[in-house]
Design a protein around this ligand. Sequence first.
Ligand code: THU
Length: 128
Amino acid sequence: MVDLELLALARDAATRAHCPYSRFRVGAVALADGLPFAGCNVENASYGLAICAERVALFSAVAAGHPRVTRLAVACVDAPPDDGPSGRMPCGACRQVMAELMPPEAIVVVDGVGDFTLADLLPNPFAL
Ligand code: THU
């Protein structure tokens, strides 16, 4: 599956976000064994329970029995066009989860920004 397809699926997943508090829709797609697993952010009235789209996508892949994720696409469809990369990049918590489930050379495709290796996004991740 090529990046344009992954990004299209990530944008589509963002339309399913549950984000009544931030109104900031995010979609993500994890590619594992050639299969796409989509996620969107899901917020909660108890704000700290919100989960990012990236982690939903990664956990969906694991739950489906495909824990080896080789690529991840992310689309922050509500990021203002002039804001630059910062409002589109994966958060630190999601980077740590990526490091658990993706190899350092795996590519993270950020819609409107570009491609990054996981090692670039999170050098020296915590590991046990
Ligand atoms: N969010 C994501 O889904 N992914 C990120 O990498 C950063 C932020 C979500 C969490 C929350 O629902 C909303 O965006 C605003 O922070």
